[in-house]
Design a protein around this ligand. Structure first.
Ligand SMILES: Cc1cc2nc3c(=O)[nH]c(=O)nc-3n(C[C@H](O)[C@H](O)[C@H](O)COP(=O)(O)OP(=O)(O)OC[C@H]3O[C@@H](n4cnc5c(N)ncnc54)[C@H](O)[C@@H]3O)c2cc1C
Length: 469
């Protein structure tokens, strides 16, 4: 039986484990965080301790495409999430009957997801993976090195297992790195003579999240993410009568770092009419702040040749995108399925072929998502930089103008709203939803003269005044 070792029991590591076990693999999942951090009832009560994942206390949404994936592949995990209090939520429900959108349509079911805080989502996956035949999950174990066999693929290190912090050597036919955005993989590969390529953005966004609860869920905004002068705002429901509000700034914006103080955060949120009422519930967390979220992208095939075999990175260990779009888990689940599908076709007997095939399908399916998000990021950082200098941002990139336009006017036309939601929920790409349907011209024409931002909000000057009190 083929043995796969998965480094990391985050959402992507756990989904990868369950997919491979269903195909008959023996899977060992190793995670450095202790088992107590996965207790389901503690997660629901908000008692979270998960040092291995910096974003644990931040807003997470499983996009409808990610939920569809789980329903198809791992329906028991979805049932478990609902049992733990995950709440059915339609991503455009806040827009029904607003503006020119009209009533709910039957096909709007495709925008359904299950809202849950990240710890609760993880607890559901953990409960499922722990009872999956063929999978053993060991917590409190850190992978500190790679075992290699230099004879298997001459000239290219071939990974045959891992070394743990207590000195154990675990042999494997496949090693899968699912150890997240701060994976130590590059350093470990360096130690065995392999140098993957890493591209990383110079700056990332900074997140300030607070959770609330109330017996009645307040009205949600028409779309969870809205952009404003120098900040973006995310408001999302969670499980068990909870919700969160997050302010997103540029990592370069030192002045707005005051938002990590609850008083400053509340004064700031009060200036955004579409979410101000959401900060009036019972707070169930402090303001969780996180920076260091630069997008990263790692490649293990260089100039058409694998730099390592026997080892595959999935999820955030392979690439991270701007978290405000909530794509990370959905991309990671798709990546796990790509690995499983490649193994089905290629098998693991020819490690070079397997490395090349997995690289090829990852590049074809997922790299475009990364490129598109990275392009958006570079415009948004430039726009925020310009606002910080008191200037207007000017670019002639049509992709940015189309994105700004659709954000500004999506409530003016039901078809445009749904195309916008198809892209936002990862159910379709911009090409398919907007360009090929001929909607782009209508969007640009409706947006002529429309305000830059769809929702009212403070100017930067007003925001700075509020945060400093
Ligand atoms: C602020 C923020 C908000 C986000 N919001 C969303 C959202 O709304 N929707 C969404 O889909 N995504 C969101 N994301 C992205 C999402 O969190 C990631 O895509 C997701 O966590 C990736 O899962 P993963 O399993 O690849 O890695 P992780 O969740 O990072 O898990 C990695 C695991 O590896 C373990 N580990 C690390 N090193 C070792 C080692 N050496 N040995 C053993 N174990 C190790 C860690 O303990 C951890 O359990 C957000 C990210 C951020 C930063």
């Amino acid at each position: 039986m083929t043995h796969a070792v998965i480094v990391g029991a985050g959402p992507v590591g756990m989904v990868t484990a369950m997919l491979l076990a269903a195909d008959g693999y023996r899977v060992s999942v190793l995670d450095r965080d202790p088992a107590e951090s996965r207790d389901a009832s503690a997660s629901v009560r908000g008692h979270w301790r998960r040092p291995g994942v910096g974003q644990f206390g931040h807003t997470h949404v499983l996009l409808p495409a990610g939920l569809a994936h789980l329903k198809r592949e791992l329906p028991n995990a979805v049932a478990r999430l609902t049992e733990l209090g995950g709440r059915r939520h339609n991503m455009i429900s806040g827009a029904w009957n607003v503006g020119a959108v009209g009533d709910r349509e039957p096909a709007d079911d495709r925008f359904d997801t299950i809202a849950a805080r990240r710890p609760v989502l993880e607890a559901a996956l953990f409960a499922e993976v722990s009872r999956t035949p063929g999978v053993s999950v060991r917590c409190g174990i850190r992978v500190t090195g790679l075992l290699t066999d230099d004879g298997r693929t001459p000239g290219t290190p071939h990974v045959t297992g891992v070394l743990t912090d207590d000195g154990e050597q675990i042999e494997a036919d496949l090693v899968i790195d699912a150890s997240g955005r701060n994976s130590r993989l590059l350093a470990l590969l360096h130690d065995v003579g392999a140098t993957p390529i890493e591209r990383r953005a110079q700056v990332g966004f900074r997140y300030y999240t607070r959770y609330f609860r109330s017996d009645v869920l307040p009205t949600l905004p028409t779309w969870p993410l809205t952009h404003h002068e120098s900040v973006s705002v995310i408001a999302l429901p969670g499980d068990n009568d909870t919700w969160s509000v997050t302010l997103v700034t540029s990592g370069r914006d030192q002045d707005l770092r005051l938002l990590s103080s609850p008083d400053a955060w509340h004064r700031a949120v009060a200036l955004f009419p579409n979410v101000a009422h959401l900060a009036e519930g019972e707070p169930i967390s402090g303001v969780n702040a996180m920076g260091g979220t630069e997008s990263k992208f790692r490649r293990f095939v260089v100039d058409g040749k694998p730099i390592v075999t026997g080892l595959f990175a999935v999820g955030d260990a392979w690439a991270t995108t701007n978290p405000q779009f909530g794509k990370g888990m959905t991309v990671g689940f798709a990546h796990a399925a790509l690995l499983r599908d490649t193994l089905r076709v290629t098998g693991s007997d020819d490690p070079i072929d397997l490395a090349l095939q997995f690289n090829a399908v990852s590049e074809a399916s997922l790299t475009p998502v990364w490129e598109e998000t990275a392009l958006w990021d570079s415009h948004r950082f430039a726009e925020i930089d310009a606002e910080m200098r008191g200037e207007a941002y000017v670019t002639d990139d049509p992709a940015w103008h189309l994105d700004v336009a659709v954000n500004a006017i999506h409530l003016l036309d039901p078809e445009i709203l749904r195309a916008h939601a198809d892209v936002g929920c990862m159910l379709a790409g911009v090409d398919e939803a907007v360009l090929k349907t001929g909607l782009a011209e209508r969007i640009l024409s409706l947006a002529t003269g429309a305000p830059r931002y769809a929702e009212p909000g403070p100017t930067r000057r007003e925001l700075l005044a509020a945060t400093t009190g």
